[in-house]
Design a protein. Structure first.
Length: 243
């Protein structure tokens, strides 16, 4: 977790510095593509102090989402295959062989099964309680980081709206200083102010797509864990009856 936090901080610092370079290149007319130049120009027009925090939210949010996608994909287990291996191991080598199968299998389902087999000598009730308790722990690990994604989804448009309000105040201040309601002054001020809202909404939409995908993935894993927990209890009960 510490390495992940360090990675996120480094990414944030990198993109803050990159945004500064973007501003310098736009001002100096660097030889980049038109799209990149236009994007960077809009970024600077929206106000670097307001656009940079939203950009940082996007970078950190994407880092969390990518980390969660990798973790959840690694946590996915073929439970049917695992249950068959455990059942065969119980027939040939007993509880210790089943524990070895769980130890050699990656994912939360195998970890839950292992905790259940660890309490086998204490009775079937303790096996069931151990599986249920450790299942709750694994569910918490699967949902790790989701609260931050939810926060960033809400915070990005809020920062955009704040930048817009501040930009509008500045636009009215320019009008007051000019002493005339010039369409040019109003249009330029409003355009710059609204850019922060547009950027904030785009960031929120991008993170929302990842958030919904992750929620669906977690829901699928949790259902798989619950179904397989029922199956492993049936296997353990059958094994207990035979021995």
């Amino acid at each position: 977790m510490k390495k992940f936090v360090s990675f996120v901080i480094v990414c944030g610092m990198f993109f803050v510095n990159a945004s500064t370079l973007f501003a310098q290149e736009v001002a100096s007319g660097g030889g980049l593509s038109e799209f990149h130049n236009a994007l960077k120009e809009k970024f600077v027009q929206g106000g670097v102090p307001w656009m940079t925090p939203i950009l940082i939210l996007l970078i950190i949010g994407l880092a969390i989402a990518i980390e969660r996608i990798i973790y959840l994909n690694m946590a996915t287990t073929n439970t049917d295959k695992l249950l068959k291996k455990i059942e065969d191991a119980l027939e040939t080598g007993g509880i210790e062989a089943a524990k070895e199968v769980c130890r050699s299998t990656r994912g939360p389902v195998a970890s839950i099964f292992y905790q259940g087999f660890e309490r086998y000598e204490e009775g079937i009730d303790m096996v069931e309680k151990s599986i249920v308790s450790y299942g709750g722990v694994q569910m918490g690990k699967l949902e790790n980081g989701m609260v931050w994604l939810q926060l960033f989804i809400a915070l990005a448009p809020s920062l955009g709206f704040l930048g817009t309000v501040v930009g509008m105040v500045q636009a009215f201040d320019d009008i007051a200083k000019a002493g005339d309601i010039s369409p040019t002054i109003v249009a330029e001020g409003m355009m710059v102010a609204l850019l922060t809202t547009i950027f904030g909404l785009i960031v929120a939409m991008i993170l929302q797509v990842f958030y919904n995908y992750l929620l669906n993935k977690i829901s699928s894993l949790v259902n798989n864990m619950e179904d397989s927990s029922i199956s492993i209890m049936d296997i353990v009960i059958k094994y207990k009856a035979k021995n």
